[in-house]
Design a protein around this ligand. Sequence first.
Ligand code: ATP
Ligand code: MG
Length: 227
Amino acid sequence: MTNPAKPIRERGLFITIEGPEGAGKSTHARRLHERFRGVIPLVLAREPGGTAIGEAIRTVLLDERHREMSAETEMLLFAASRAQHVGEVVLPALEAGTSVLSERFVDASIAYQAYGRGLPVEVVRRVNEVATRGLIPDLTLLLDVDPSVGLPRARGADGKEGPRGRGDRLEQETLEFHRRVRAGFLQLAREEPSRFVVVDGTLPAEEVHAALADAVRKLLDRRGWCS
Ligand SMILES: Nc1ncnc2c1ncn2[C@@H]1O[C@H](COP(=O)(O)OP(=O)(O)OP(=O)(O)O)[C@@H](O)[C@H]1O
Ligand SMILES: [Mg+2]
């Protein structure tokens, strides 16, 4: 049997970075992008957002005045933002051979809207299958922190929605809510150990970066792409 011909241009890799509030997702997504964009074509994206429509939905989702938002509305708005992001940014990039590094994806919806809010996991999965057209990340980097560490970090970070020190609508949720979210992320990682790499987000930033970069490098090696 002969090997099938190698395609001239391979599909890009889809890497997501997940974790509770203040885990270091934005910090490390930026650093990974800087480190790898000279190695492979790589775009950085974030959810909710990543497109003009998605950023408008993000504003609605994070506005601290929208306290009456139901869990179902929240799930559908995140999914709507994601659908636009996947259709407008992620799939076209991957198909053109560019890899995508996205802050948050479906795992965040399962952690927040299922484990956090109490919606059935299967409902959140089904809605997101529509939003993502079945796209699954090649690698998910999970930054793990207890919310007692993450929340104060998130509420105090620069350039964030919501009043400094108080945070956006989701950051204003209770510690118990955020503990369920964290437990949800860890459960997802246990269920899919081949997709997830879990890194302790309380380690010094240099160590976190080294562990994340190592995981990305291994993925590139598996693809046979030099790194
Ligand atoms: N390993 C670390 N050690 C100490 N501080 C850190 C570490 N990683 C990130 N921080 C700091 O914590 C704050 C929050 O980090 P960052 O904004 O990257 O988190 P995030 O996961 O993107 O948060 P959010 O969920 O709010 O988007 C920032 O001020 C950042 O500098
Ligand atoms: Mg962030």
